[in-house]
Design a protein around this ligand. Structure first.
Ligand code: DLL
Length: 434
């Protein structure tokens, strides 16, 4: 079967996860050239830029040839808001999603009908990676709307044949009620929202471990291995990581498999590179850098060498699940996440790992940055279950100093003190310019 029709056939699409590497590379090269030519011919700003650099996409004859092409940045999407990067007439666009981002400056992403079908197939492959089946009842608590999480997961799950319960985000008590009454076996939401669901359920005397729930599909924000352990234990489920970003498609770019050891990238659809964010050189497998993605099938808004800002590395070993798709390490931070405190580089992920390594802490925390006497200070607010707060406080202060290399003020809170999020958690509050 032709690879292009395979991409759209639910019965065959999974074979793309297992292609021999040479065959995959041939599919990628063919699609890359077509994609680049499409962008060049149809997007004015792309053509101008490539003409200035003397680049002719017809001449791309190897995957490494892509390295001559300039990167696309988030700012390019903002500057072209809303329709400047479309590679098809608006009447061929079947759906729009948008993300407001942390800065509030919006970006828009567009899909033709074929783009939507391919996205559904990418999501179907994602859900199969986790072992989700047609007889599962899948509660989708990712937000429906301009955010890609809700509808992205929804159509993949419908194509899989699962029973979809489209709760969207929020309305926590109702989520729990639906989960119980409909017998959900799969829950999809951000990891932080799932922790909130667990908490709320406990308060009302409901134990997730006693429900039929067996799989969680968690992503859209960074989470750690320590967080996974806590989640899996408190709900007696397997918690899988799902990665994606609106600019490129939404969820369904990369997914963990049964091995829970890195995420397979759907490389026939998204060509990945890992670059050094300073020198911009492409890094060899195993080295940590910024993930750069090129869409290989998108009609409405092809993106060439999009700098995601997400930090990861390729895992060089083959995966024991047998998929030949390369894996990336879980994304625990972004290049713009880094906090510089009194000259020391600190990532929220380091703080989370340190906090959760101490028994008695709860996975609800917030990092506060302040300025006192012209010096940056960092305080970590964390909810704790323990009543022996004195020794816990001392232990946390010590662990934190070791992990971060700075004195961090630790503030212990009673359970349920911090505001909960229904989508992406806000972990850092910066009051340095207040
Ligand atoms: O968050 C798409 C999505 C929806 C992914 C549902 C997974 C599940 P955006 O709102 O555009 O899209 O945010 C994309 O979120 O560049 C990462 O920084 C972060 N992110 C997404 N998934 C993960 C993950 C959706 N599994 C941005 N781990 C990305 C860590 C993640 N960070």
């Amino acid at each position: 079967m032709e690879h292009s029709s395979q991409s759209l056939n639910p019965a065959h699409v999974e074979t793309l996860d297992f292609l021999p590497p040479e065959e995959l590379a041939a599919v990628q090269l063919d699609r890359l050239r077509q994609m680049a030519v499409r962008a060049y011919e149809r997007v004015e700003s792309v053509r101008q830029r490539w003409d200035d650099l003397g680049l002719d996409p017809q001449k791309i004859d190897s995957l490494s040839g892509l390295q001559e092409y300039p990167f696309t940045h988030k700012q390019d999407l903002r500057d072209s808001y809303p329709y400047g990067l479309l590679a098809c007439p608006l009447e061929d666009v079947n759906r729009i999603h948008a993300s407001s981002g942390t800065t509030g400056q919006p970006i828009v992403v567009a899909y033709t009908n074929r783009d939507l079908e391919i996205w559904s197939m990418a999501m179907l492959r994602t859900l199969r990676c986790y072992g989700i089946r047609a007889d599962d009842v899948l509660q989708n608590a990712y937000g429906y709307g301009l955010f890609t999480g809700g509808l992205g997961v929804h159509y993949g799950a419908e194509h899989l044949g699962a029973t979809v319960v489209p709760t969207s985000g929020g309305n926590t008590d109702r989520q729990i009620q639906v989960m119980q009454e409909f017998g959900a076996t799969v829950i999809c939401c951000t990891p932080s929202y799932f922790l909130h669901l667990i908490d709320r359920a406990e308060q009302t005397g409901i134990d997730f471990r006693k429900l039929p729930l067996r799989i969680g599909v968690f992503g859209a924000e960074p989470w750690s291995e320590a967080m996974r352990n806590r989640i899996e234990r408190s709900a007696d489920i397997r918690a899988f990581d799902i990665y994606g970003l609106s600019e490129v498609v939404g969820p369904g770019v990369a997914a963990e498999c049964d091995a829970q050891d890195g995420l397979h990238i759907f490389e026939d659809l998204f060509f990945p590179e890992v670059i050094d964010p300073e020198t911009l050189e492409v890094l060899p497998s195993g080295e940590e850098g910024e993930l750069v993605l090129t869409t290989l099938s998108k009609e409405a808004m092809p993106l060439i060498r999009y700098r995601t800002g997400d930090i990861t590395a390729f895992l060089p070993e083959p995966c024991r699940c047998g998929r030949t798709l390369r894996r990336i390490r879980r994304i625990d931070r972004r290049s713009d996440d880094m906090l510089i405190i009194r000259g020391v580089n600190v990532y929220p992920a380091q703080i989370e790992a340190a906090l959760l390594s101490v028994q008695g802490t709860l996975p609800h925390y917030q990092i506060e940055l302040m300025r006192r006497d012209d010096l940056d200070q960092v305080a970590v607010h964390v909810e704790v279950a323990s009543s022996d707060t004195d020794s816990l406080h001392a232990e946390l202060a010590q662990v934190m100093k070791k992990a971060v290399g700075l004195r961090v003020e630790v503030k212990l809170l009673s359970p349920q003190t911090l505001a909960r999020s229904e989508g992406k958690a806000k972990r850092v509050i910066d009051r340095r310019n207040d």
